[in-house]
Design a protein around this ligand. Structure first.
Ligand SMILES: *Cc1c(COP(=O)(O)O)cnc(C)c1O
Length: 369
């Protein structure tokens, strides 16, 4: 049996540190914007290599607040991808701006820089690449185009904490970046959480105010803000987990290498690629096959959990029908979406489990391909 994820094992692997962190917060009697959040922000900024990190309520809110801090207003256009978790685009809609969705590069599953420039208009304000599945987007190309048009760049790093682009950490490559600590992410809380990181003191300051009702000091409000804070409990849990992140990512990479050793060259199965300039952190291990439904059922019968990330691209979601994009509008996205399947990928997997999953995929190919 290989479940798609195993949070019991994950907790067990670091139980004493987590229990100590939670107890510390309970004993302190301080639950919102206190010493744990402040310490986590410093530690997370150091890990990312940015000057500032601001803890917020979720990844969606990290994106939303980043866009607001960039000055995005109703009527502006934000360019992002359709092949992403829907919240990337929800965050744009929350500001009243219009999402402009472009196609992806089929090798990295991330924004195709070649599709970007043609969609820039006088209303474009921000370019929002997503480092999907843990693989960085091609940031040099994207940032160069954005700079040429004086646009800001917001990175969606929800799936890629610790990934690198040409030796630099993702989250440091644009103007501002949004992380999610949703429990499944490479750095996950035991609840909701997110963070905004940036080198820019004025952007950091804006997010800091916006997350807390627009307050400058208690009961004095400079701007119209909202309530979106990382809480002390989650911050303490994240502080316990952060020192493990690099090791966990390294283990994910070992699992990916093992999958590759077992699956390379199999007919009809395309494995995830890692661009020469990328350090992939395998938030998800996504293969492509024309026989996706059949393979998923075959693995399920053998006790192997798989998922599809994501079965419907944003532009074909009911909620985004108002964008007016029909089937066929983003051909590479739609082609990938029909073929993708995520195999189990988390640090607590054993090498035997990875080998078992790979063997079952081979068995499927031998039988049906
Ligand atoms: C998880 C995720 C989000 C949203 O994060 P939440 O913490 O669930 O709000 C945004 N973008 C991407 C790419 C994600 O994977």
């Amino acid at each position: 049996m290989v479940p798609f994820n195993d949070f019991h094992l994950h907790y067990q692997s670091i139980k004493p540190e987590i229990d100590t962190a939670i107890q510390r917060v309970l004993n302190s009697g301080w639950f919102i914007l206190g010493p744990e959040v402040e310490a986590f922000e410093a530690e997370f900024a150091a890990h990312c290599g940015t000057r500032f990190a601001v803890g917020v309520g979720s990844g969606t809110e990290a994106l939303h607040l980043s866009l607001l801090a960039c000055g995005v207003r109703p009527g502006d256009e934000i360019i992002t991808v359709s092949h992403t978790a829907v919240p990337t685009v929800s965050a744009i809609s929350l500001t009243g701006a219009t999402p402009v969705l472009v196609d992806i590069d089929p090798h990295t599953f991330t924004m195709d820089p070649g599709a970007l420039e043609a969609r820039i208009t006088p209303r474009t304000r921000v370019v929002l690449p997503v480092h999907l599945y843990g693989h960085p987007a091609d940031m040099d190309e994207i940032v160069a185009i954005a700079r040429r048009h004086e646009l800001m760049v917001l990175e969606d790093v929800a799936q890629a904490a610790g990934a690198e682009y040409r030796g630099r950490k993702v989250g440091t490559l644009g103007d501002i970046a949004a992380f999610s600590f949703y429990p499944t992410k490479n750095l996950g809380a035991f609840g909701d959480g997110g963070a905004v990181v940036t080198q820019d003191p004025s952007l950091a300051d804006k997010v800091r105010k916006l997350r807390n009702y627009g307050q400058t000091r208690r009961y004095y409000h400079q701007t119209k803000g909202l309530s979106s804070r990382l809480d002390e409990m989650q911050a303490a849990i994240l502080r316990a987990k952060l020192p493990h992140l690099d090791d966990w990512n390294a283990t994910r990479r070992e699992h990916a290498a093992l999958y590759k050793r077992h699956l390379a060259g199999l007919e009809g199965i395309a494995l995830p690629e890692e661009a020469a300039w990328a350090r992939h952190v395998y938030h998800l291990y996504v293969i492509r096959t024309q026989q996706r439904e059949r393979l998923q059922a075959f693995l399920s019968e053998r006790g192997i959990g798989t998922l599809i990330h994501y079965p419907v691209p944003v532009h074909l979601q009911e909620a985004y029908a108002d964008l007016g994009l029909q089937r066929g509008a983003l051909p590479t996205t739609e082609d990938c979406v029909a073929q993708i399947l995520s195999l189990p990928m988390y640090p607590e997997l054993t090498q035997e489990q990875v080998a078992f999953v790979a063997d079952q995929v081979r068995e499927f190919v031998a039988r049906y391909q």
